[in-house]
Design a protein. Structure first.
Length: 385
C-alpha cells in the first residue's frame, strides 16, 4: 500500500501537519509545521510539541540551541548580577568546556543526562581533574535551572550525575611560618617600603585583595582596628563579542561574612604610623603625578599595587631572610595557626578570618586541633590529684 504524503522537500516526500501555537505581539496567528514520513509520525510530533507547551515549555523550545542559549544567559542575564571576577570564572568555564565542543550545538530540548555524563567521563579520561568537572557541573546546573524556569526544558538533566574520579582526595597540608622564621622575616623587612603591609597581614590574616583594597578611613588607629569592606582584584572585562580589557577593580569581598572588623595588635600601630609618614613623603616627591586614591598600600605614585609585583617583593623578602618560598597566603595561615595555638575559640578565629561557616575554618586548620583538644583535656588533671 502506497504511503500517503502531501509535500515534497529536496526530492523526498513527507506528510505535513500544521498547528496554531499562539499569536505574536501584533495579534497575528503563529503556526508551526510538523513533518513525518507518515501522517501518524507527523501527528505524533505535533502532539509531543503541544503537550510540551501545555506543561509549561516555551513556544520555541524545540528550536533553541544549548550553547547559544547559555551564551545569552551568561552575557544578558548573569553578567550584571555577578562580581566581575565571578563572571570571568564563569566565562572561562563556558569558553573552555562548552563553546568549542560538540555539546554546544545540541538542541536544548534534546539534552539528556547520559550525554552530560559521557562528556564528564571523557573529560576525566583526557586528564581533567574531578574538581574541574565539578565546577563545570555546578555552572551547568545553574544555567539549566534557568532553562527550566524559562520553559525551554521540563527538568534539569544535571542532577544525580556522577563526577568521575577519586572522592577522597588527600588534602594538602597548609604551610605556616615557624616562630624562628617569623623573627627572621621581620628582621629582613628593615628599609622595605612594604614592611607595614607584610606585618599587618601577619597580624590580621587579611586576604591579599582585602589588604590591597584598604583605605586609610578603613583603619582606626585609636581603636586599633580595621574594617574590611572591599577587595581589590585584576580581572578580565569580557564583552559578548569576546573583546577583553584588563582592569584592577574594587569589589565586594569573597562572602558576606568577609565584611568584618579585625583588631590590630597594638605593637603594629607604630609601623602603620611610620608607613603613613613615608607615604606622605612619597606624595610630596611625586608632586602632580601622584594619584591620591587614599589606599593604605599603594605604589610610590599612589597607584594600586599589582598583585604580581607584590609577590615579587614578598619573594625577595623571604630570600633575604633565607626562608624557603611559601605562597603569600601562608601569612594568613600563620595568623590563624598562631591564634589556635594560643587557645582562641574556633568561632572567634572564624569571624576574624571572614569564613562563612566554622566548619570551613576547622577543616583548614585540622593540624592545630589535636593539640588544642589535648590542652583542653589537660585542664581536667586537677580532678585526678
Amino acid at each position: 500500500m502506497a504511503r500517503k504524503t502531501n509535500t515534497k522537500i529536496n526530492g523526498s516526500e513527507y506528510y505535513r501537519v500544521t498547528a496554531v501555537v499562539g499569536r505574536d505581539g501584533n495579534g497575528k496567528v503563529i503556526r508551526k509545521q510538523f513533518y513525518g514520513k507518515t501522517k501518524k509520525e507527523a501527528e505524533d510530533k505535533k502532539d509531543e510539541y503541544l503537550n510540551g507547551i501545555k506543561n509549561g515549555l516555551a513556544v520555541n523550545f524545540q528550536d533553541v540551541g544549548f550553547g547559544n542559549l547559555m551564551h545569552l544567559w551568561l552575557f544578558e542575564v548573569m553578567k550584571d548580577q555577578l562580581k566581575p571576577s565571578t563572571f570571568e570564572r564563569y566565562e572561562g568555564i563556558y569558553r573552555n568546556y562548552i563553546k568549542n565542543n560538540n555539546i554546544y550545538g545540541v538542541k536544548i530540548c534534546n539534552l539528556q543526562s547520559i550525554q552530560l555524563q559521557r562528556y564528564y567521563n571523557k573529560l576525566y579520561k583526557s586528564g581533567k581533574s574531578s574538581n574541574v568537572i565539578k565546577n563545570l557541573n555546578k555552572l551547568l546546573r545553574e544555567f539549566l535551572n534557568y532553562a527550566v524556569d524559562e520553559g525551554y526544558i521540563a527538568k534539569n538533566p544535571c542532577y544525580r550525575l556522577s563526577i568521575p574520579g577519586k572522592k577522597d582526595v588527600q588534602k594538602r597540608e597548609i604551610q605556616v611560618f615557624t616562630d624562628d622564621e617569623i623573627i627572621k622575616f621581620k628582621d629582613s623587612l628593615n628599609n622595605n617600603r612594604l614592611k607595614a603591609l607584610f606585618l599587618l597581614d601577619l597580624g590580621t590574616g587579611l586576604r591579599q585583595g582585602e589588604l590591597l583594597a584598604l583605605k586609610w578611613y578603613n583603619i582606626d588607629m585609636d581603636k586599633m582596628e580595621l574594617h574590611v569592606k572591599t577587595s581589590l582584584k585584576k580581572v578580565s572585562m569580557i564583552e559578548s563579542d569576546n573583546v577583553r580589557t584588563y582592569k584592577t577593580i574594587e569589589q565586594t569581598p569573597k562572602s558576606q561574612s568577609s565584611i568584618r572588623t579585625v583588631p590590630i595588635p597594638s605593637k603594629l600601630i607604630p609601623a602603620l604610623k611610620r608607613h603613613k609618614i613615608q607615604q606622605k613623603e612619597e606624595k610630596l616627591l611625586a608632586g602632580d603625578s601622584y594619584i591620591d586614591n587614599n589606599y593604605v598600600f599603594a605604589t610610590s605614585t599612589g597607584g594600586t599595587i599589582d598583585s604580581r609585583n607584590l609577590i615579587r617583593a614578598y619573594s625577595r623578602a623571604l630570600k633575604k631572610a633565607n626562608i624557603p618560598y611559601r605562597n603569600f597566603h601562608c601569612l594568613r595561615h600563620t595568623y590563624a595557626t598562631k591564634l589556635f595555638e594560643r587557645n582562641n575559640r574556633l568561632e572567634t578565629v572564624q569571624r576574624l578570618l571572614g569564613h562563612s561557616r566554622s566548619s570551613i575554618t576547622a577543616d583548614i586548620y585540622t593540624h592545630v586541633m589535636p593539640k588544642q583538644k589535648m590542652d583542653t583535656v589537660e585542664t581536667l588533671n586537677d580532678l585526678f590529684v
